[in-house]
Unconditional design. Structure first.
Length: 257
């Protein structure tokens, strides 16, 4: 329940925290007493101003020096990290045969190498303190594949494998790692892609697409960032201490893997 103070006294670092799902998770956790460090390549300071006890940190998660500075700044200002949420990502819409090594490199850099760097920076302290919660965002495209998203899906599948493997290594040290796998959610990431599809398809064809996409969602609507934030907050709370290495699809029933 939002009224409960599940995060009082906890320091929470969120990459991609300036907008979308990362920011919704920040709002949710702040409402439950958490001290937030929002890290983002863009807009972190402005986003943090709207939350109590929050700081913004400019960070490119593909850069190891940035990631170390991000963790150092968060801990120096707010105290040792209890929770790490990796939400930062980019999205590309391209057929596999049109994609090239540079596309793959950029995507793997943000969506797989970035989470790896984040885990390497936050886990030693969590293991030493005997407590930590980590949630990485993946995508249902990683679980079932998706045309035009091959390298995004491949990077996210890597995140799932990374989280499951590391969860086995640090569980006994009081640290849990899980994956939240959203279906289509109305954030700038999705809305920008929809806008470009609309321009490519034209109004009529795009309206048909919207209807057919909705039919894929048994709950009958596209997700909102708050839908995903609620599950992230649960997995980051003490209530989830016996859940680790799991992938939770939060997707209105889009797939049921
Ligand atoms: N929205 C959806 O439909 C959807 C579906 C499945 C999975 N996801 C996943 O959920 C997570 C959040 O997505 P969102 O929809 O909120 O996206 P978003 O684009 O709204 O937010 C992502 C944030 O990541 C930041 N970012 C990008 N590259 C960065 C970098 N190199 N370093 C630091 N920050 C960087 C962006 O500036 C942005 O603020 C992502 O991991 C995404 O892959 C989203």
């Amino acid at each position: 329940m939002a009224g409960e103070q599940r995060f009082t006294g906890r320091t929470v670092l969120i990459t991609g925290g300036a907008r979308g799902i990362g920011y919704a998770a920040a709002q949710r956790i702040a409402a439950e007493g958490g001290r937030l460090a929002l890290a983002d390549i863009d807009g972190a300071t402005a986003a943090a101003k709207a939350l109590p006890d929050a700081i913004g940190i400019a960070c490119d998660i593909t850069r190891e020096d940035d990631v170390h500075k991000m963790v150092e700044q968060a801990e120096r200002t707010l105290g040792p990290l209890s929770v790490f949420i990796n939400s930062a990502a980019v999205l590309d819409d391209k057929l596999f045969l049109e994609s090239g090594p540079a596309d793959w490199q950029r995507m793997l850099g943000v969506c797989l190498h970035g989470p790896m760097l984040g885990l390497r920076a936050v886990l030693p302290g969590m293991v030493e303190r005997g407590h930590g919660r980590v949630v990485c965002l993946a995508s249902d495209s990683a679980r079932i594949g998706q045309a035009r998203l091959s390298y995004y899906a491949a990077a996210k599948a890597g995140v799932i494998a990374l989280v499951k493997s590391v969860a086995q290594e640090v569980g006994r040290r009081g640290v849990t790692l899980n994956v939240v796998s959203p279906g289509a959610t109305n954030t700038p990431l999705r809305l920008n892609r929809e806008q470009s599809l609309r321009e490519q398809m034209g109004e009529e064809k795009y309206a048909r697409r919207v209807k057919s996409v909705l039919k894929l969602y048994p709950v009958g609507r596209i997700g909102e960032p708050e839908d995903i934030a609620a599950s992230i907050a649960f997995l980051c709370s003490d209530e989830a201490s016996w859940i680790t290495g799991q992938v939770l699809s939060v997707n209105g029933g889009f797939v049921m893997p």
